[in-house]
Design a protein around this ligand. Structure first.
Ligand SMILES: C[S@@+](CC[C@H](N)C(=O)[O-])C[C@H]1O[C@@H](n2cnc3c(N)ncnc32)[C@H](O)[C@@H]1O
Length: 294
């Protein structure tokens, strides 16, 4: 960031303009937004506050903090959420560390589908979130259903610690049980009104062509195995035994997997198989209801 060194006085606007074009040169698609988020973080203020201070000069300390963030973003391609240590999901501010997947806006489709699936099912649903990561989905559902009892499972102890801290900060920990283990193993013998999951669903061979930012996220959050559908298939196989009759299952997946997963569910104990599209109109979530009376 040589243009920022030396004695020149840099205003907020100049820093933003310089960094936006630097990020653009480096192939970062959300260049202006990233520059704003990082500068606001370095200055310790909300992003929109920058617009009121365009002409204000940044102090040498602020510039040094900003320079380091810009370098890590541009050269190492660290995701902005990891640099800030936070990401909003379903309007909830979540702590993010390299131990958890950065929650994606597309995953809000999973929350929306579950709200539809649980509509009219009473105010106190029991919900199981498999592969909770930062806790994003479990927390959004606990927020939406103020009397729900939620169980959040992950096989990464480090991820669970982040999810637990997020629940404490949002004052939702009393209604969320965090369990360490492999998929359904920690809830043996229990039944839920809804099972939801955003599992790893990439095939290992896809690693080559992915955005460089993904290298900073946990591999076990992204890759399921050689096919990509391994964890989805286990969920489809095992979910019935953990759902109450009439219970609801919803899984996030890659669009190309929707048809196969829908067929698996139809061939097992499920009906009303439905595909839900994300913000970009891609098939992102498959849901189904366990057969039987509720
Ligand atoms: C794609 S991330 C989803 C995180 C979060 N639910 C979200 O939507 O942002 C998948 C998560 O599943 C966890 N995971 C992967 N395989 C698992 C397994 N067999 N049992 C439990 N958790 C698993 C990973 O550690 C990771 O936290």
């Amino acid at each position: 960031m040589s243009a920022q060194t030396g004695d020149k006085r840099w205003t907020v606007l100049e820093l933003l303009q310089w960094t936006t074009s630097y990020f653009t040169e480096k192939g970062i698609e959300t260049a202006r937004l990233d520059a704003e988020c990082l500068l606001a973080h370095a200055l310790g203020q909300p992003r929109l506050g920058l617009y009121l201070e365009f002409e204000k000069p940044a102090s040498p300390d602020e510039r040094a903090r900003f320079r380091e963030l810009v370098t890590r973003r541009a050269d190492e391609r660290v995701p902005v959420a990891q640099l800030l240590g936070t990401k909003e999901f379903w309007s909830l501010p979540l702590e993010i560390t390299p131990d958890v997947l950065v929650p994606r806006p597309d995953t809000e489709t999973l929350v929306e589908a579950t709200l539809q699936g649980l509509a009219g099912k009473g105010e106190e649903p029991s919900i199981l979130d498999l592969g909770t990561g930062s806790g994003a989905v479990a927390l959004a559902l606990a927020k939406e259903f103020p009397k729900a009892a939620v169980v959040a499972v992950d096989r990464s102890a480090a991820a669970l610690a982040v999810a637990e801290r997020n629940a404490e900060k949002l004052e939702l920990s009393e209604r969320i049980e965090f369990l360490l283990g492999d998929l359904f193993a920690p809830v043996a013998g229990r039944r839920f009104d809804a099972v939801v999951s955003n599992p790893p669903y990439l095939a290992e061979a896809e690693a080559q062509g992915l955005a460089p930012e993904l290298a900073h996220e946990p591999k076990e959050a992204l890759f399921a195995g050689p096919l990509g559908t391994e964890v989805l298939e286990r969920i489809a196989d095992e979910a019935e035994a953990f759902l109450a009759p009439g219970g609801w299952l919803a899984v996030e997946l890659a669009p190309a997997q929707a048809e196969t997963v829908g067929q698996w569910l139809g061939q097992r104990g499920f009906e009303q198989v439905q595909v839900h599209r994300d913000l970009g109109e891609r098939e992102r979530v498959v849901s189904a209801r366990r057969r039987g009376e509720d």
